[in-house]
Design a protein around this ligand. Structure first.
Ligand SMILES: [Zn+2]
Length: 308
Protein backbone atom coordinates (compact mmCIF):
# COMPACT_ATOMS: atom_id res chain seq x y z
CA UNK A 1 0.00 0.00 0.00
CA UNK A 2 2.66 2.49 0.91
CA UNK A 3 4.90 3.11 -1.97
CA UNK A 4 8.15 4.86 -1.43
CA UNK A 5 7.73 8.38 -2.62
CA UNK A 6 10.68 9.83 -4.34
CA UNK A 7 9.15 13.26 -4.50
CA UNK A 8 6.78 14.54 -1.91
CA UNK A 9 4.06 16.86 -3.01
CA UNK A 10 5.80 18.01 -6.12
CA UNK A 11 4.12 15.61 -8.53
CA UNK A 12 1.96 18.01 -10.44
CA UNK A 13 -1.62 17.13 -11.03
CA UNK A 14 -1.14 17.53 -14.72
CA UNK A 15 1.38 14.80 -14.75
CA UNK A 16 -0.93 12.48 -12.84
CA UNK A 17 -3.74 13.22 -15.24
CA UNK A 18 -1.49 12.40 -18.17
CA UNK A 19 -0.56 9.14 -16.56
CA UNK A 20 -4.17 8.23 -15.92
CA UNK A 21 -4.96 8.94 -19.51
CA UNK A 22 -2.09 6.85 -20.75
CA UNK A 23 -3.07 3.93 -18.54
CA UNK A 24 -6.68 4.18 -19.66
CA UNK A 25 -5.50 4.18 -23.25
CA UNK A 26 -3.41 1.13 -22.78
CA UNK A 27 -6.20 -0.71 -21.03
CA UNK A 28 -8.61 0.23 -23.76
CA UNK A 29 -6.24 -0.88 -26.49
CA UNK A 30 -5.61 -4.07 -24.64
CA UNK A 31 -9.28 -4.85 -24.20
CA UNK A 32 -10.01 -4.11 -27.83
CA UNK A 33 -7.16 -6.34 -28.80
CA UNK A 34 -8.64 -9.07 -26.70
CA UNK A 35 -12.01 -8.60 -28.27
CA UNK A 36 -10.62 -8.85 -31.76
CA UNK A 37 -8.59 -11.86 -31.10
CA UNK A 38 -11.32 -13.77 -29.29
CA UNK A 39 -12.17 -16.05 -32.25
CA UNK A 40 -8.66 -17.42 -32.20
CA UNK A 41 -8.81 -17.56 -28.43
CA UNK A 42 -6.40 -18.14 -25.61
CA UNK A 43 -3.46 -19.80 -27.17
CA UNK A 44 -1.94 -17.13 -29.38
CA UNK A 45 -1.79 -14.49 -26.68
CA UNK A 46 1.96 -14.46 -26.27
CA UNK A 47 2.07 -10.79 -25.35
CA UNK A 48 -0.48 -11.01 -22.62
CA UNK A 49 0.93 -10.38 -19.22
CA UNK A 50 -1.31 -13.01 -17.67
CA UNK A 51 0.23 -16.14 -19.17
CA UNK A 52 3.63 -15.31 -17.83
CA UNK A 53 2.85 -15.91 -14.16
CA UNK A 54 0.85 -19.03 -14.89
CA UNK A 55 3.64 -20.27 -17.08
CA UNK A 56 6.00 -19.72 -14.20
CA UNK A 57 3.72 -21.43 -11.78
CA UNK A 58 3.29 -24.46 -13.95
CA UNK A 59 6.72 -25.99 -13.53
CA UNK A 60 6.33 -26.02 -9.78
CA UNK A 61 2.95 -27.62 -10.08
CA UNK A 62 3.89 -30.22 -12.64
CA UNK A 63 6.36 -32.22 -10.55
CA UNK A 64 3.73 -32.47 -7.85
CA UNK A 65 1.22 -33.87 -10.26
CA UNK A 66 3.63 -36.16 -12.04
CA UNK A 67 4.57 -38.68 -9.36
CA UNK A 68 1.09 -39.74 -8.25
CA UNK A 69 -0.24 -40.16 -11.78
CA UNK A 70 3.00 -41.24 -13.43
CA UNK A 71 5.57 -43.84 -12.58
CA UNK A 72 5.31 -45.40 -9.13
CA UNK A 73 8.26 -43.85 -7.32
CA UNK A 74 8.62 -46.28 -4.45
CA UNK A 75 8.58 -49.76 -5.80
CA UNK A 76 8.78 -51.78 -2.59
CA UNK A 77 11.99 -53.80 -2.76
CA UNK A 78 11.88 -57.46 -2.00
CA UNK A 79 11.88 -57.96 1.77
CA UNK A 80 15.45 -57.59 3.05
CA UNK A 81 17.05 -60.68 4.53
CA UNK A 82 17.36 -60.72 8.29
CA UNK A 83 20.82 -59.75 9.53
CA UNK A 84 22.88 -62.11 11.64
CA UNK A 85 26.22 -61.26 13.21
CA UNK A 86 28.32 -63.85 15.00
CA UNK A 87 31.04 -62.86 17.45
CA UNK A 88 33.65 -65.32 18.61
CA UNK A 89 34.65 -64.25 22.11
CA UNK A 90 37.74 -65.08 24.14
CA UNK A 91 40.01 -65.04 21.09
CA UNK A 92 43.77 -64.52 21.19
CA UNK A 93 44.98 -67.59 23.03
CA UNK A 94 46.09 -69.36 19.89
CA UNK A 95 46.41 -68.92 16.17
CA UNK A 96 45.09 -72.33 15.14
CA UNK A 97 41.42 -71.80 16.04
CA UNK A 98 41.61 -68.30 14.57
CA UNK A 99 42.89 -69.67 11.29
CA UNK A 100 40.23 -72.32 11.16
CA UNK A 101 37.44 -69.86 11.93
CA UNK A 102 38.77 -67.33 9.43
CA UNK A 103 38.76 -70.06 6.81
CA UNK A 104 35.00 -70.64 7.12
CA UNK A 105 34.28 -67.77 4.77
CA UNK A 106 31.72 -66.27 7.16
CA UNK A 107 32.10 -62.62 8.19
CA UNK A 108 32.70 -63.49 11.83
CA UNK A 109 33.83 -60.92 14.36
CA UNK A 110 36.74 -61.86 16.61
CA UNK A 111 36.63 -60.41 20.10
CA UNK A 112 40.13 -60.60 21.52
CA UNK A 113 41.21 -60.70 25.15
CA UNK A 114 43.78 -57.93 25.69
CA UNK A 115 46.27 -60.01 27.64
CA UNK A 116 46.03 -63.17 25.58
CA UNK A 117 49.34 -64.42 24.20
CA UNK A 118 48.44 -64.01 20.51
CA UNK A 119 46.23 -60.94 20.75
CA UNK A 120 48.04 -58.90 18.12
CA UNK A 121 48.63 -61.77 15.72
CA UNK A 122 44.99 -62.84 15.87
CA UNK A 123 43.85 -59.26 15.31
CA UNK A 124 46.03 -58.99 12.22
CA UNK A 125 44.92 -62.37 10.93
CA UNK A 126 41.26 -61.42 11.32
CA UNK A 127 41.83 -58.12 9.60
CA UNK A 128 43.68 -59.80 6.74
CA UNK A 129 40.64 -62.04 6.19
CA UNK A 130 38.27 -59.09 6.21
CA UNK A 131 36.86 -60.03 9.61
CA UNK A 132 35.93 -57.44 12.20
CA UNK A 133 38.01 -57.14 15.36
CA UNK A 134 36.80 -56.20 18.82
CA UNK A 135 38.41 -55.72 22.19
CA UNK A 136 36.95 -58.28 24.60
CA UNK A 137 37.07 -56.09 27.67
CA UNK A 138 37.23 -57.98 30.98
CA UNK A 139 34.86 -56.68 33.67
CA UNK A 140 34.28 -57.85 37.21
CA UNK A 141 31.89 -60.80 37.38
CA UNK A 142 29.75 -61.92 40.28
CA UNK A 143 31.82 -64.28 42.38
CA UNK A 144 35.07 -62.37 41.75
CA UNK A 145 37.85 -63.21 42.53
CA UNK A 146 36.73 -66.84 42.68
CA UNK A 147 35.76 -66.35 39.03
CA UNK A 148 38.77 -64.92 37.30
CA UNK A 149 38.24 -62.61 34.32
CA UNK A 150 41.99 -62.44 33.64
CA UNK A 151 44.26 -59.44 33.38
CA UNK A 152 43.22 -56.00 32.23
CA UNK A 153 39.94 -56.23 34.13
CA UNK A 154 37.76 -53.31 35.16
CA UNK A 155 36.87 -53.68 38.84
CA UNK A 156 34.17 -52.15 41.02
CA UNK A 157 36.67 -50.65 43.45
CA UNK A 158 38.63 -48.69 40.83
CA UNK A 159 38.65 -44.93 40.53
CA UNK A 160 37.53 -43.40 37.27
CA UNK A 161 41.13 -42.56 36.52
CA UNK A 162 42.23 -46.14 37.03
CA UNK A 163 39.36 -47.50 34.93
CA UNK A 164 40.42 -45.33 32.01
CA UNK A 165 44.05 -46.32 32.45
CA UNK A 166 43.17 -50.00 32.26
CA UNK A 167 40.84 -49.45 29.31
CA UNK A 168 43.47 -47.54 27.34
CA UNK A 169 46.06 -50.21 27.97
CA UNK A 170 43.60 -52.92 26.90
CA UNK A 171 42.74 -51.05 23.72
CA UNK A 172 46.42 -50.66 22.88
CA UNK A 173 46.84 -54.43 23.08
CA UNK A 174 44.18 -55.16 20.46
CA UNK A 175 45.02 -53.22 17.33
CA UNK A 176 42.43 -52.68 14.60
CA UNK A 177 39.50 -53.03 17.00
CA UNK A 178 36.30 -51.50 15.65
CA UNK A 179 34.36 -52.01 18.84
CA UNK A 180 34.29 -53.41 22.36
CA UNK A 181 32.23 -55.98 24.20
CA UNK A 182 32.46 -57.13 27.78
CA UNK A 183 34.10 -60.35 28.93
CA UNK A 184 32.20 -61.52 32.03
CA UNK A 185 31.09 -58.35 33.87
CA UNK A 186 27.89 -59.66 35.47
CA UNK A 187 28.70 -57.39 38.40
CA UNK A 188 30.40 -54.42 36.77
CA UNK A 189 27.69 -54.01 34.12
CA UNK A 190 25.12 -53.24 36.82
CA UNK A 191 26.84 -49.94 37.64
CA UNK A 192 26.12 -47.11 35.20
CA UNK A 193 28.36 -44.70 37.11
CA UNK A 194 31.32 -47.00 36.38
CA UNK A 195 30.24 -47.83 32.84
CA UNK A 196 29.84 -44.18 31.90
CA UNK A 197 33.46 -43.04 31.79
CA UNK A 198 34.42 -46.28 30.07
CA UNK A 199 31.73 -45.94 27.42
CA UNK A 200 32.50 -42.27 26.85
CA UNK A 201 36.12 -43.13 26.14
CA UNK A 202 35.01 -45.88 23.74
CA UNK A 203 32.77 -43.40 21.98
CA UNK A 204 35.50 -40.76 21.87
CA UNK A 205 37.63 -43.21 19.93
CA UNK A 206 34.89 -43.80 17.39
CA UNK A 207 34.28 -47.39 18.53
CA UNK A 208 30.96 -49.13 19.15
CA UNK A 209 29.93 -51.03 22.27
CA UNK A 210 28.16 -54.35 22.26
CA UNK A 211 26.66 -55.49 25.55
CA UNK A 212 27.39 -59.19 25.94
CA UNK A 213 24.51 -59.33 28.42
CA UNK A 214 26.22 -61.62 30.87
CA UNK A 215 23.60 -60.55 33.38
CA UNK A 216 19.91 -60.16 32.64
CA UNK A 217 20.09 -56.90 34.62
CA UNK A 218 23.01 -55.48 32.66
CA UNK A 219 22.83 -51.73 32.15
CA UNK A 220 25.53 -51.68 29.49
CA UNK A 221 23.17 -51.34 26.54
CA UNK A 222 20.89 -48.81 28.23
CA UNK A 223 23.83 -46.67 29.35
CA UNK A 224 25.46 -46.78 25.93
CA UNK A 225 22.17 -45.78 24.32
CA UNK A 226 21.74 -42.91 26.75
CA UNK A 227 25.23 -41.67 25.93
CA UNK A 228 24.56 -41.91 22.20
CA UNK A 229 27.01 -44.69 21.31
CA UNK A 230 26.59 -47.04 18.37
CA UNK A 231 25.50 -50.02 20.37
CA UNK A 232 23.67 -53.30 20.48
CA UNK A 233 23.35 -56.43 22.51
CA UNK A 234 24.02 -60.12 22.35
CA UNK A 235 20.82 -62.05 21.69
CA UNK A 236 22.02 -65.64 21.77
CA UNK A 237 24.94 -67.50 23.32
CA UNK A 238 25.68 -70.32 20.92
CA UNK A 239 27.68 -72.57 23.18
CA UNK A 240 26.81 -71.91 26.78
CA UNK A 241 26.68 -75.67 26.78
CA UNK A 242 29.41 -76.72 24.42
CA UNK A 243 27.77 -79.85 23.08
CA UNK A 244 26.48 -80.25 19.60
CA UNK A 245 22.85 -80.75 20.44
CA UNK A 246 22.73 -77.59 22.52
CA UNK A 247 24.63 -75.59 19.89
CA UNK A 248 22.25 -76.74 17.15
CA UNK A 249 19.33 -75.62 19.30
CA UNK A 250 20.89 -72.19 19.75
CA UNK A 251 21.57 -71.90 16.02
CA UNK A 252 17.90 -72.52 15.32
CA UNK A 253 17.01 -69.97 17.97
CA UNK A 254 19.34 -67.45 16.36
CA UNK A 255 17.67 -67.90 12.97
CA UNK A 256 14.20 -67.63 14.47
CA UNK A 257 15.09 -64.44 16.36
CA UNK A 258 16.69 -62.86 13.31
CA UNK A 259 13.60 -63.58 11.21
CA UNK A 260 11.33 -62.25 13.92
CA UNK A 261 13.25 -59.04 14.64
CA UNK A 262 15.12 -58.45 11.42
CA UNK A 263 18.50 -58.87 13.08
CA UNK A 264 20.21 -60.88 15.79
CA UNK A 265 23.66 -61.05 17.34
CA UNK A 266 25.16 -64.31 18.58
CA UNK A 267 28.24 -64.96 20.65
CA UNK A 268 30.21 -68.18 20.48
CA UNK A 269 33.63 -69.31 21.64
CA UNK A 270 36.52 -71.02 19.89
CA UNK A 271 35.53 -74.44 21.22
CA UNK A 272 36.12 -77.31 18.79
CA UNK A 273 32.39 -78.14 18.96
CA UNK A 274 31.43 -74.60 18.07
CA UNK A 275 33.85 -74.42 15.15
CA UNK A 276 32.56 -77.73 13.84
CA UNK A 277 28.95 -76.58 14.17
CA UNK A 278 29.71 -73.30 12.41
CA UNK A 279 31.33 -75.20 9.56
CA UNK A 280 28.23 -77.29 9.07
CA UNK A 281 25.74 -74.49 9.61
CA UNK A 282 27.50 -72.02 7.32
CA UNK A 283 25.67 -72.96 4.08
CA UNK A 284 22.29 -72.91 5.77
CA UNK A 285 23.02 -69.58 7.45
CA UNK A 286 24.08 -68.10 4.12
CA UNK A 287 20.86 -69.27 2.48
CA UNK A 288 18.51 -68.01 5.14
CA UNK A 289 20.03 -64.78 6.44
CA UNK A 290 22.45 -62.05 5.59
CA UNK A 291 25.61 -62.71 7.60
CA UNK A 292 27.24 -59.42 8.54
CA UNK A 293 29.87 -57.91 10.78
CA UNK A 294 28.65 -56.83 14.18
CA UNK A 295 29.02 -53.17 13.28
CA UNK A 296 26.40 -53.72 10.56
CA UNK A 297 23.90 -55.31 12.92
CA UNK A 298 23.83 -52.59 15.57
CA UNK A 299 20.63 -50.77 16.33
CA UNK A 300 20.47 -47.04 15.63
CA UNK A 301 21.77 -44.97 18.57
CA UNK A 302 18.40 -43.52 19.45
CA UNK A 303 16.28 -46.65 19.17
CA UNK A 304 15.28 -48.45 22.32
CA UNK A 305 16.65 -51.92 23.06
CA UNK A 306 15.27 -54.86 21.18
CA UNK A 307 13.09 -56.60 23.68
CA UNK A 308 14.00 -57.63 27.19
ZN1 LIG B 1 34.44 -63.79 27.29
Amino acid sequence: MTRPKKTKKRAPRRRRALWALAVAGVVFAFLTGLWWSTPAPRRPAPKQPAPAPTAKAKPTVKPKKAPPSGEPVATPPTAPSPLVAIIIDDMGHGLAPAQRLAGLGIPLTFSILPHSSQARAVARLAHAHGLEVMLHLPMEPKGYPGRNPGQGVLLLGMTQERLLEVLRDDLARVPLAAGVNNHMGSSFSLHPELLEPVLLEIERRGLFYLDSFTSADSLGLATAQRLGLRTGRRDVFLDHQANREAIDGQMRRLLALAKERGRAVAIGHPHPETIKALEEWAPRLRRQVDLVKVSEALSAPSSPGQGH
